[in-house]
Design a protein around this ligand. Structure first.
Ligand SMILES: Nc1ncnc2c1ncn2[C@@H]1O[C@H](COP(=O)(O)OP(=O)(O)OP(=O)(O)O)[C@@H](O)[C@H]1O
Length: 363
């Protein structure tokens, strides 16, 4: 059990490539933190600096308040689980889990108890005598997890541990990992580029881009209060629809004008733009915040395609050369070429500065 603090943590490769830059983060005891971001954004680099596998260029790493920045990995008492479940092929599952405990010269009976307890926790009790080659990918990843849990680390560091698994198993393992975390209560940092994995597992998500943290928040916070266009576009499937809008101010009223539609802002939305003095902005609307045939139409358009999902349907329209996606209830069914009325759930419209792409907030 431990807290983790990263202070201005930076890693430079060579003269000018920053793998991570000025990363500041406080992780609470027992928290499940997910580092999320596109390929190359610095997730792995940051994780490896926490583990001690990567030399720090600037900044500090504190585990339980202790500065471990210059401490070798084995002394930090952290366990790392990788994408390529690095289990030892020549050892049985039992031996894999027991190995690190034997190195610690622990009593045989004590080791036996830990191995069996941990194996039960991750649901591999029946495979203890097998060798890794006799296991499926998911089972092998559970062995890697068991091995990491057995040493009772202060911190769990996981680098895309589910990405080698097939889609169905991945989703199941998310739930299992969350349940295991609930039982072990070990502070965990989990790296992924899969936003739905992050949303479903994290207590808090750390969203990274170009080596820097862009936003830290609970899944709901990053979804409903995305700080900029990048976060609003990265979190959620289908992705947020963005429209570049022109502002027309007339007699104290503001109209938002798009090449294909326009609408007048009501009192509530006006408050967001009170201090905004540019003549363009970016409007973001999530697919479930666009309504079909519900009255108050902002415009009419023909359906391009419909993607049935069982629990709901995704209706796509084309507007000015861009595809707009709408999440609608499964019924009524829509079909291509049908003309539909489109309206917006105004409370959910997001406005972003045209230049900085930062979310406009009520001051
Ligand atoms: N050993 C290295 N030498 C030079 N540049 C590196 C090295 N390792 C990483 N980088 C660069 O640092 C940046 C961050 O890489 P990092 O592996 O942390 O990203 P990531 O977010 O984990 O990406 P992915 O999801 O693809 O693993 C990238 O631009 C990468 O090219």
């Amino acid at each position: 059990m431990a807290t983790l603090e990263l202070i201005n943590l930076s890693k430079r490769y060579g003269k000018s490539v920053w793998g991570a830059r000025d990363v500041n983060l406080k992780v609470n005891d027992k928290e499940f933190i997910v580092f999320l971001g596109p390929s190359g954004c610095g997730k792995t680099t940051t994780l490896r600096m926490i583990a001690g596998l990567e030399e720090v260029t600037e900044g500090r790493v504190l585990i339980d308040g202790e500065d471990v920045t210059d401490m070798p990995p084995r002394k930090r008492n952290v366990s790392m689980v990788f994408q390529s479940y690095a289990v030892w092929p020549h050892m049985s599952v039992y031996e894999n889990i027991a190995f690190a405990l034997k190195l610690r010269k622990m009593e045989k009976s004590k080791i036996d108890k830990i191995v069996r307890d941990v194996a039960e926790l991750v649901n591999i009790s029946e495979y203890l005598e097998r060798f890794p080659r006799q296991l499926s990918g998911g089972q092998r990843q559970r062995v890697a997890l068991a091995r990491a849990i057995a040493v009772k680390p202060k911190l769990f560091l996981m680098d895309e541990p589910l990405s080698n698994l097939d889609a169905k198993l991945r989703v199941r393992m998310r739930t299992e990992l969350k349940a295991i975390h609930h039982k072990t209560e070990a502070t965990t940092i989990f790296v992924t580029h899969d936003q739905s994995e992050a949303m479903s597992m994290a207590d808090r998500i750390v969203i990274m881009k170009d080596g820097k943290i862009v936003q830290i928040g609970t899944p709901d916070e990053v979804y409903f209060n995305s700080v900029n266009v990048f976060v609003a576009g990265f979190i959620g499937t289908p992705a947020t629809n963005f429209f570049e809008m022109e502002l027309k101010r007339e007699k104290g009223e503001i109209f938002l004008v798009h090449p294909s539609f326009s609408f007048k802002l009501n009192g509530q939305l006006l408050t967001y733009l009170k201090d905004y003095n540019k003549d363009r902005l970016i409007m973001g609307i999530r697919p479930e915040s666009i309504q079909i045939n519900s009255g108050n139409a902002v415009f009419r358009e023909k359906v391009l395609v419909v993607e049935p999902q069982g629990s709901h349907q995704i209706v796509a329209i084309e507007l000015n050369g861009e595809i707009i996606k709408i999440v609608a209830p499964s019924f009524p069914k829509y079909s291509p070429d049908e003309t539909i009325d489109i309206s917006f759930d105004e409370e959910r419209i997001m406005f972003f500065d045209i230049e900085t792409e930062e979310r406009l907030k009520i001051k």
